[in-house]
Design a protein around this ligand. Structure first.
Ligand SMILES: Cc1cc2nc3c(=O)[nH]c(=O)nc-3n(C[C@H](O)[C@H](O)[C@H](O)COP(=O)(O)OP(=O)(O)OC[C@H]3O[C@@H](n4cnc5c(N)ncnc54)[C@H](O)[C@@H]3O)c2cc1C
Length: 435
């Protein structure tokens, strides 16, 4: 790539947002290059990882026939851990065994991102790995290209799509977003643990290519505002924990130690027993949601994916499909801007309209009060799991006490430890936060 070369569009970052944008642009005949700091796409990327694939299936129909996906998820499990117990909602259905497999796949990003980038390359995208964008070039208030490392080369383009992920230094450089607030940024650590496929299938009660996804709250993250997860791959499991930096700091928690404790919990230990750790990674997740979104465009620049804070941090835990959808909308906007020969913020603001009318911003708006609720009501995740496990344990303890008496005692304890009114208030507030 020569110093003086000018592209129609430069994309920073070869994650799901960047590659979706680039693939759609190349198909529309736009000359596009993706600059990726990792030595290959996916080399530096971390995700739980469930890949939600409604958008991917539009870009690459029936992608699962070729893509290096791990398992399609047929079982979802949401649970709360007390110190030594668990209350769970476990859901599975054979309906998710049929194409398009409920658009829910476990993946290992180092394999998947590489493959996804190859599909973009085949469509005409130039992928440049090992190149970090150190700053945006701005002239007269308009982004006109990027400066790269190593070498300090300047590359020019009509428009830049930032798909640089959570750190989003470039957005900060041009004032589209403020430095991150620790209450709205989660830190997550994750391990990939090797286990034979047959062991995984027995432990999670799944067969063939079926997969299982567990989201775990309460003592999984020592009662902080966050969660743990366990996802099944073909012959490994991904296990991790994540919580807001604010909560981790406030409770003097070390994320590595939280993960170790999670793995030692009696409800989790049997799942990982005998496994060998293959990978360990740490990463951040932007969890500010709708109320903390940055400005999405300026002259010559569009923000996508995590760089734009597009993560649904409710119990759905979706980032991948929001990233891909935003990449696709950014590409459609650039195609229109190219047709008009106008890359101003006014034209690029079509992108914000597209987000607004899609599930991306509609979902973020719906869950906009969730983070505030849990920040203001830490007892919900800290105390409720313990009380629930204790009450259920009393309820099911076998004795010769008449059942009616046991029920009365449990109800009395429930009233004194939580209280009907408090529970009703919390359920109402959570319901309102999710409306
Ligand atoms: C532990 C964890 C678990 C998660 N689990 C899930 C899950 O199960 N399901 C889900 O949907 N989402 C999950 N997420 C969120 C999901 O990973 C993100 O929302 C998604 O990856 C965002 O995609 P992106 O393309 O915007 O950014 P990224 O995937 O972060 O990609 C950004 C790319 O930009 C590159 N880059 C960064 N800076 C530069 C630069 N200056 N120059 C050049 N290249 C650069 C990076 O190397 C990277 O390749 C999880 C996140 C974490 C951390």
């Amino acid at each position: 790539m020569s110093d003086s070369e000018k592209f129609d569009c430069l994309v920073v970052g070869a994650g799901p947002a960047g590659i979706s944008a680039a693939l759609a642009l190349a198909r529309a005949g736009i000359q596009v290059a993706v600059l990726e700091r990792g030595e290959y796409p996916g080399a530096k990327n971390v995700m739980g990882g469930i890949l939600f694939t409604t958008v991917l299936n539009k870009l690459l129909p029936e992608f699962w026939k070729q893509a290096p996906v791990e398992r399609h998820v047929t079982q979802r499990r949401f649970s709360m851990l007390s110190r030594d117990g668990e209350v769970a909602l476990d859901f599975r259905t054979g309906a998710y065994n049929e194409p398009p497999y409920n658009h829910t796949w476990t993946v290992l990003r180092s394999k998947f991102d590489r493959w996804f980038a190859e599909q973009a390359e085949a469509a005409g995208v130039m992928i440049v790995p090992g190149m970090m964008v150190s700053e945006l070039l701005v002239e007269n208030g308009k982004v006109v290209g990027v400066k790269t490392e190593p070498g300090g080369d300047e590359l020019r383009s009509d428009v830049v799509i930032s798909a640089e992920g959570v750190n989003s230094f470039l957005a900060e450089q041009v004032g589209l977003r403020r430095p991150h607030d620790p209450r709205h940024m989660a830190v997550a650590v994750k391990e990939v643990i090797a286990l034979p496929a047959s062991v995984i299938e027995d432990r999670f009660r799944i067969s063939g290519d079926e997969g299982s996804a567990w989201e775990v709250f309460g003592q999984a993250v020592q009662g902080t505002f966050g969660s743990g997860f366990v996802y099944t791959n073909k012959d490994s499991i991904s296990i991790g924990v994540g919580s807001t930096i604010h909560d981790m700091t406030r409770h003097r928690l070390n994320p590595n130690e939280v993960l170790e404790q999670f793995k030692r919990h009696p409800a989790i230990r049997p799942l990982v027993r005998g496994g060998e750790t293959l990978e360990y990674a740490a990463h951040m997740i932007p969890e500010g949601g709708f109320t903390h979104l940055p400005r999405m465009v300026m002259d010559g620049l569009i923000l996508t994916g995590d760089a734009a804070g597009l993560v649904n941090a409710s119990h759905y835990h979706e980032g991948s499909n929001l990233a891909m959808a935003s990449g696709l909308y950014a590409a459609e906007t650039v195609v229109e801007a190219k047709r008009r020969g106008d890359f101003s913020a006014a034209t690029l603001s079509q992108y914000a309209n597209k987000l607004e009318h899609s599930f991306v911003l509609q979902d973020l708006r719906k869950f906009q009060r969730v983070s505030a609720y849990f920040n203001e009501n830490p007892h919900t995740l800290r105390d409720y799991p313990d009380v629930m496990v204790r009450l259920l344990s009393d309820y099911f303890t076998v004795s010769e006490k008449p059942k009616a008496e046991i029920e009365k005692e449990v109800i009395r304890k429930f009233r004194s430890e939580i209280g009907v009114l408090n529970l009703v208030k919390d359920v109402f507030k959570i319901g309102r936060a999710m409306r």
